[in-house]
Design a protein around this ligand. Structure first.
Ligand code: SAH
Ligand code: SF4
Ligand code: F3S
Length: 466
């Protein structure tokens, strides 16, 4: 799941002498990584900046997944060059760093096209950031580090800053060995790696102590996680979820993103047995055509997806699904597209992200014959998005009149409102006192708007658990 627009990261507050601005594109793992980069720079005296203009250091945490996403980085770098020049003319310094998946994939191109960049670092070397900042202030020219080092960054990063608000992210798995034909992730994030159980539990407890009520476990292939337990045995994700659900004060658990092939029965069953595990799952399928699933190297057929959706709904009847789709992968015909439409009709999604296939240098699909014409991709995307939009609206409208538990997260859109999230991840706005942020409450959904719901608080009392 990728975010459509840049997210700015609020960094942890410490006695600040210098200011840091991080702009984040891409998936939630990048959002998590941005908080970790802020953590690693905090001991050097960097605190949060609201804008690049007031910052002594700017980090662009980039995404390479589609061409459009990586091109945005270069337009941002053009604007930052002007800012850097202005600052230098006024006798100030600004360190400019490019991190994330574009840095990993195009390190040399960045320094060639934008020689005013001071630091280029890939996702596996964030623990080396302080050393690179020190070197950048001494030496001219860009510092580049796009290694896949043998040392593990998770072992070397400082403890996660505890206070991340009511909803916190926790990366448990990184990298991918699946090599889908279209995807850059195995190249930018490297081989699959699972963090050990003890490190995950310690980080989760720290987040909960800092006020998290909901934790979203992250991984490019999160349901392939298999971590070493303290007794030397190997746990799978379902076992980890049972353990996390025992943490006092933690009311909600999610995990994203999963691959359909790794949804084993123990994990599906956990959805019926762990009340804290929210009834919403992001399960990208990409296509409904078996021929395209094979061409994409997804290593399963549409039938597996249907079976998995059914089993999930059996385990947890209020389960809602979201997914990702790609239209116009090389070789996709009208009949293949029709199979995708049929899959969507059959399964029904509460939310979905759909993309036009974007050819990525170095991936197997990029060199394939039978590339689909842009106009055909446009038409297929429009048709698919109309159906997905209708399903999302239907799902939201079906929630009207329902009572449900929500986690309040912060100020709402209008004065007097507090925003929250339903179990199905929908944003909700409720008239409630501001101090409800961080609490769980029962509401009745009153209305469904295009991208959010509004609701009435039913009880003055906080719920003990979700
Ligand atoms: N396993 C991760 C993949 C991250 S990429 C996950 O499922 O979240 C997120 C989505 O971007 C993918 O599911 C896919 O739908 C889309 N995507 C990846 N590569 C793409 C490409 N070359 N063109 C268009 N969409 C792509
Ligand atoms: Fe990319 Fe496929 Fe791995 Fe997801 S499973 S990160 S789409 S290669
Ligand atoms: Fe983008 Fe890298 Fe995430 S390519 S989607 S930021 S893993």
């Amino acid at each position: 799941m990728t975010s459509p627009s840049p997210i700015t990261t609020a960094t942890a507050a410490i006695p600040n002498r210098k200011k840091l601005f991080i702009r984040t594109w891409g998936c939630q793992m990048n959002v998590y990584d941005s908080t970790r980069m802020a953590d690693v720079l905090a001991p050097l005296g960097y605190g949060p900046a609201e804008t690049p203009e007031e910052a002594d250091m700017v980090i662009l945490n980039t995404c390479h997944i589609r061409e459009k996403a990586s091109e945005k980085v270069f337009s941002d770098l053009g604007r930052l060059r002007l800012l850097k020049n202005e600052k230098e003319a006024a006798g100030q310094k600004m360190v400019l760093a490019v991190a994330g998946c574009v840095a990993q994939a195009e390190g040399a191109e960045i320094t060639a096209r934008a020689p005013w960049v001071d630091i280029v670092l890939g996702p596996q070397t964030y623990h080396r950031l302080p050393e690179m900042v020190a070197r950048a202030s001494r030496a001219a020219g860009a510092q580049i580090d796009t290694d896949f080092p043998v040392e593990q960054k998770f072992d070397l990063l400082p403890e996660v800053s505890a206070n991340q608000g009511p909803i916190a992210f926790l990366t448990i798995q990184e990298g991918c060995d699946k090599f889908c034909s279209f995807c850059v992730v195995p190249y930018t994030r490297g081989a699959e790696f699972s963090r050990p159980v003890a490190a995950i539990l310690a980080e989760a407890k720290r987040l909960v102590a800092g006020g998290a009520r909901e934790i979203a476990l992250l991984g490019q292939n999160v349901n392939a996680w298999h971590g070493e337990a303290p007794d030397g045995s190997s746990w799978t994700l379902s076992r980890l979820l049972y353990e996390l659900a025992e943490i006092d004060g933690l009311a909600r658990l999610r995990y994203t993103t999963s691959h359909p092939r790794d949804m084993d029965d123990a994990l599906i069953g956990a959805h019926g047995r762990i009340p804290a595990l929210m009834p919403f799952l992001h399960l990208p399928v990409q296509s409904g055509s078996d021929k395209m699933l094979a061409a994409m190297n997804r290593q399963h057929k549409a039938e597996l997806f249907f079976r998995t959706a059914d089993k999930l709904r059996e385990a947890r009847p209020d389960m809602a699904l979201s997914s990702d789709f790609i239209v116009g992968h090389p070789g996709e015909t009208d009949a293949d597209h029709a199979a995708t439409m049929a899959l969507v009709e059959k399964v029904g999604f509460a939310l979905a992200y759909s993309f036009k296939y974007s050819s990525r240098p170095g991936t197997p699909a990029a060199g394939q014959p039978l590339q689909v014409a842009e106009a055909v991709k446009d038409a297929r995307l429009q048709e698919l998005q109309a159906l997905l939009r209708q399903q999302q609206d239907d799902f939201n409208r079906a929630c009207v009149g329902r009572e449900c538990e929500i986690l309040f997260t912060g100020p709402g859109r209008h004065p007097g409102q507090v925003a929250g999230r339903t179990p199905w991840l929908q944003p909700v706005h409720v008239m409630a006192p501001a101090h409800w942020a961080g609490r769980l409450g029962k509401v009745r959904i009153d209305a469904a708007h295009p991208n959010s719901l509004s609701a009435t608080l039913l009880s003055e009392k906080e719920l003990a658990t979700a």
